[in-house]
Design a protein around this ligand. Sequence first.
Ligand code: CO8
Length: 375
Amino acid sequence: MQPVTISGTGVFTPEETISNAELVTAFNAYAERQNSKNADAIARGEIEPVPMSAEEFIVKASGIESRHVLNKSGVLDPEIMHPVLPERSDDELSVMAEMAVKAAAIALAQAGRTPADIDAVICAASNHERAYPAIAIEVQEALGIEGFAFDMNVACSSATFGIQAAADMIRCGSVRAILMVNPEICSAHLEWRDRDCHFIFGDVCTATVLEHGDQATAPGRFDIVSTRCLTKYSNNIRNNDGFLRRTRAGHMQDRRDMQFRQEGRKVFKQVVPMVSEMIQQHLADEDLTPDQLSRLWLHQANKGMNDLIGAKVLGRTPEAGEQPNILQDYANTSSAGSMIAFSKYSDDLEPGDYGVICSFGAGYSAGSVIVRKAA
Ligand code: CO8
């Protein structure tokens, strides 16, 4: 088997941000308008008023303080409450591909590689803006990469599953190097009019260059020690949008279940043990003990979840910086979250140091990647 290395990562961060204060102001304006429009029906007890959102709740329940989005004005307009993006012709670069190309440029530069060195592109994300042609093939074309490309979707675990797919192909010798991109436009499939989840997500794109370890030269690269993927079916995080939408008479437009929805409490309770046990078992199978880990780059959904998983895996409260969170600035960016944390908080590790990149989310799905800083 060939050794595999992560030789570069890149993060494209949209410029516009929405603070919790701005978000709550917009949501509460929407709620007030709805409640005043429906005042009679509410008074008759026919419908429930829309409850108000609160900044204190959001920070306490999730750890999220702000999020980056592709379009702020639409999300914050109480009459719109979703991003508004100009339509692009078929000849223009799609939005996801554009984000991916920007993140890829950073990852390729860090890896010291050009598109000529890459044999394949994987676009691993929790939603794709169209069914086909694959976003990955568009990215391949935009960057001038020879070879092949494909899209994959394992919700929040798309990046770690993408790393395993890429690493397996490189190990087997079918490709030398792969570019994986994770463009996440979560703002477009989030229901901003639902108080329970309107604060959860943001937009971003991460990119990762993986290559044969013997050819990698980039300083600060990480060898992949081992990967592990796990899925277990659950309806607790679900989105029913899809091509069957128009086959359901009377339910074509903007039905609530066509956007992200979840049973957040159940997810929290069920996923924490699943992921902690997965990481512990993965380490044990590689003859590693938790105290050999210098860092955990966990999926960025909820600070409380990460605190619990870190404590369970390490058997103690993680030290400051041992388990970096980025969700206070980015919110949940689905598959990109753990890769943002890895990209931003891995430079200080010493050669030989071990860490775990771990994602978890809808499916349920969970992915664990044990890495070691290369010499
Ligand atoms: N403001 C004020 N109060 C609120 C608000 C709000 N915004 N929202 C809810 N409340 C109220 C509730 O109504 C409830 O009131 P009551 O007690 O009277 O019933 C109370 O606050 C408590 O509500 P919850 O029980 O819902 O609150 P929690 O403490 O459970 O926190 C969380 C909610 C933050 C959602 C938490 O449960 C959580 O983070 N769970 C884990 C979720 C998770 O990890 N999900 C992963 C999903 S991501 C994924 O897999 C990718 C999907 C694809 C991407 C989709 C992009 C759109």
